[in-house]
Design a protein around this ligand. Structure first.
Ligand code: ADP
Ligand code: MG
Length: 270
């Protein structure tokens, strides 16, 4: 049985891509087969996984999705890149941007990515989707085909309003498109433990949400090493195996593997 996890937050710079990379590779290190999908036109995850120029690729996620829209057969394996740390990834690039605009006129526009992902489910234990910083059609597509959502949330300001909008969107997708969608949890990232401010924010997120949504006990610390991995092409486990961020992401993965999800009736009340 495969599990599809979308890493989503419409705010940019909150740690979605770093979380996707270290979640996917972390699960591969636990022995699972993992496919990672870059659903952001900026191609940040592709670049972080060592694909230097995603925009010049002949085949990427956009190509596969265009094939689906045109009712052409799709070979799930086509265009996949194997990363040395044991995951496959489907790169994303700027073509996703124009595709997203043209998607709006397509029948079943919310479930185009689902066609690709459902085929890929046969081959992988986990599929991780790194989403773009918006709640546009590509993100809706990711939510429509995912089993659960991880919400990275930066501990640098109080992001309650943004989170509420995201949670409402997830609830709408669950009701209208994907009844089995669950929130895996909110992951607090870039925590600077030297400041009381970060601790206050963590406490506030916990207080506001933990009764209805899982808030991961593991917090990802602010770490220069974490910021450097995009340029290194590797995960934190490889780049800085003894560092605090690698340690935190390992603990986060243990939580994901043991996770039960909380009651949606309460979530809807938010
Ligand atoms: P998003 O995908 O949500 O836009 P990223 O994962 O790209 O966010 O992270 C935003 C920026 O913060 C990047 O420059 C990244 O390298 C950096 N970053 C991510 N996680 C951490 C962390 N734990 N500590 C310090 N910097 C981080
Ligand atoms: Mg990103």
């Amino acid at each position: 049985m495969s599990k599809v996890i979308a890493v989503t937050n419409q705010k940019g710079g909150v740690g979605k891509t770093v979380t996707s990379v270290n979640l996917g590779i972390g699960l591969a290190r636990e022995g699972y087969s993992v496919l990672m999908i870059d659903a952001d036109p900026q191609g940040s995850m592709s670049i972080s996984l060592g694909c230097d120029e995603p925009d010049s690729l002949d085949y990427s996620l956009a190509t596969a999705l265009v094939n689906i829209i045109n009712d052409e057969p799709v070979d799930v394996a086509k265009g996949l890149i194997r990363h040395p740390e044991g995951v496959d990834f489907m790169p994303g690039n700027i073509e996703l941007s124009s595709l997203e605009i043209s998607m709006t006129g397509v029948i079943s526009r919310e479930t185009i990515l689902k066609e690709y992902v459902d085929k890929a489910r046969e081959r992988y234990d986990f599929i991780i989707i790194d989403c773009m910083p918006s709640l546009g059609m590509l993100t809706i597509n990711a939510l429509a085909c995912a089993d659960s959502v991880v919400i990275p949330c930066q501990a640098a300001y109080l992001p309650v309003k943004g989170l509420q909008q995201l949670i409402r969107t997830i609830g709408r997708v669950k009701r209208q498109l994907n009844p089995k969608l669950e929130i895996e949890g909110i992951l607090i990232t870039m925590v600077d433990n030297r400041t009381n401010y970060a601790k206050d924010i963590s406490a506030q997120i916990y207080e506001a949400y933990s009764s209805s949504i899982n808030v991961f006990k593991t917090e990802i610390p602010l770490s220069v090493r974490a910021a450097e991995i995009s340029a290194s092409g590797s995960s934190l486990y490889q780049y800085d195996p003894k560092g605090k961020a690698a340690f935190a992401y390992s603990a986060f993965i243990k939580e994901v593997m043991n996770n039960g999800t909380k009651n949606w009736a309460e979530v809807k009340a938010i």
